[in-house]
Ligand binder design. Structure first.
Ligand code: ACO
Ligand code: ZN
Length: 169
């Protein structure tokens, strides 16, 4: 079969590309290893169907090492008073521990920003554990700002920061 995968970006030996259905099992495996929040198979499939432009895989020598997956929503702006906008929402992002601190997380977020812009989102937001300094710092470096603290957002009772960025068109 002809390989139709389109590489979005390559940084050293890391390839960044859009996910396809055969990537979902490896993505679920990374998610299980790295985060306490898990999702149904159907949910992964629905995110890929909805916005493949912002469902990005990081791959090293054919091995899946990271992913980001997103959805879109309409709702009140995190920036404008009384504004109703289209928002991209980072549902989940993770990089395997042994591949962290190489810029993979950053590139995944950068590529997902491009993806939600293709879908004409005005803003991009996410929730992150208040204790997750690594992730909060990464988002801040990319221009996200803390907009709210969500009380007991996680099942274990921890609060989340809601972080958001306005996207220029
Ligand atoms: N050499 C040395 N350091 C580097 C290099 C390099 N070549 N490239 C980047 N770095 C540094 C960055 O400057 C940054 O440092 P800083 O935090 O001191 O500013 C740090 O490495 C991390 O940046 P990245 O490498 O871009 O990110 P990484 O690939 O490590 O992934 C992530 C970050 C996704 C948060 C990862 O830690 C992870 O998977 N954590 C577990 C899962 C998780 O918490 N996900 C987020 C939950 S919130 C949500 O999903 C919406
Ligand atoms: Zn969320």
């Amino acid at each position: 079969m002809v390989n139709m995968q389109v590489i979005l970006r390559q940084v050293d030996d890391v390839i960044f590309r859009r996910a396809e259905p055969s990537d979902l099992i490896p993505v679920m495996e990374i998610n299980l290893k790295t985060l306490p929040e898990h999702y149904s198979d159907y949910f992964y499939e629905s995110l890929l169907a909805e916005i493949p432009e912002a469902f990005i895989i990081g791959e090293v020598n054919g091995r899946h090492v990271g992913y980001v997956m997103c959805k879109t929503e309409y709702g009140f702006s995190n920036f404008k008073k009384l504004g109703f906008v289209k928002k991209g929402h980072v549902v989940s992002i993770a990089v395997l521990e042994e591949f962290r601190k190489k810029g993979i997380g950053r590139t995944l977020v950068e590529e997902s920003i491009k993806g939600v812009k293709i879908k004409k989102c005005d803003e991009f937001y996410l929730e992150v554990r208040c204790s997750n300094n690594e992730a909060v710092r990464l988002y801040e470096k990319l221009g996200f700002v803390i907009k709210q603290q969500l009380n007991a957002y996680y099942r274990d009772g921890e609060d989340a920061f809601l972080m958001a960025i306005e996207l220029d068109k």
